[in-house]
Ligand binder design. Structure first.
Ligand code: ZN
Length: 250
């Protein structure tokens, strides 16, 4: 009998796994609420139908399964053979029947979860390489999956919303986006956005300076929706000037 519970006892990893699993359940619920004939409709992502989103989330689970297997075995197993292969896979996946897309989504998620569950405690520190070329510990695959399932559930555009996200997810997403903008700030002339969430005590910004920049107001969830490139509903500026478009995140 294989273990039915996680081999790791690390409380941080277990908390991260819980958030990923809740996100997977959230995505699967929004997917289950879609009728087959709604798969052809547009998603919130430019140029992508819901089919593309569903295929992408399924193939993302497979890619992260490969990274987890890499961590488990030490045998290099990249997410994708090439950036082109990733895109071609999504285009192909978008042509699958609704039943096949539902199967892909469910089976890929289960497989990834089994790999995580059975990963030896020490292997969570094993280094793997992401599709962007970053070297990360295997534990990072959990966050990489977490942001995919929650945000792409919203992208299905059938009622999912960042306002459903747990507060710790909202805060982690903002940290992730602001960190990415901070690293690219000079190269891409990213302004110092200062985010004043009315339901959080702390003020956040791209540079860390909260006195000088473009101030944006809203709930932390609305600011997260804007920061992740999903519109400016619920976000305003101090002087009521138009809310700028957010820079790209990933
Ligand atoms: Zn994605």
């Amino acid at each position: 009998m294989g273990a039915r519970i996680d081999k790791t006892q690390d409380p941080e990893i277990l908390a991260a796994l819980l958030l990923a699993r809740r996100g997977t359940a959230y995505f699967q619920r929004k997917l289950a609420e879609l009728r087959d004939d709604q798969f052809d409709g547009p998603s919130l992502l430019p140029g992508w139908s819901r089919r593309h989103v569903i295929a992408h989330v399924g193939y993302n689970a497979r890619a992260l399964t490969r990274l987890t297997e890499w961590a488990a075995t030490g045998v290099e197993n990249p997410m994708y053979p090439s950036p082109d292969a990733r895109g071609e896979e999504i285009e192909y996946g978008a042509t699958l029947s609704p039943a096949a897309l539902r199967n892909l989504s469910a089976h890929a998620a289960v497989h990834l979860n089994v790999e995580w569950r059975d990963l030896e405690p020490t292997s969570w520190n094993a280094e793997v390489r992401t599709a962007q070329g970053r070297i990360v510990p295997a534990s990072e695959t959990v966050w990489m999956r977490t942001r995919e399932v929650w945000l792409h559930a919203v992208d299905l555009d059938n009622g999912g919303s960042v306002t459903d996200f747990p507060p710790e997810l909202i805060d982690r997403l903002l940290t992730d986006v602001l960190g990415a903008w901070n690293r690219r700030q000079a190269a891409e002339s990213i302004p110092n956005f200062v985010l004043r969430a009315d339901d959080r005590a702390d003020i956040r910004s791209v540079t860390g300076d909260t006195d000088d920049g473009i101030e944006l107001l809203g709930t932390a969830a609305a600011l997260t929706r804007w920061a992740t490139g999903r519109g400016s509903i619920g976000v305003s500026t101090v002087g009521c000037s138009p809310v700028p478009k957010s820079p790209r995140w990933l």
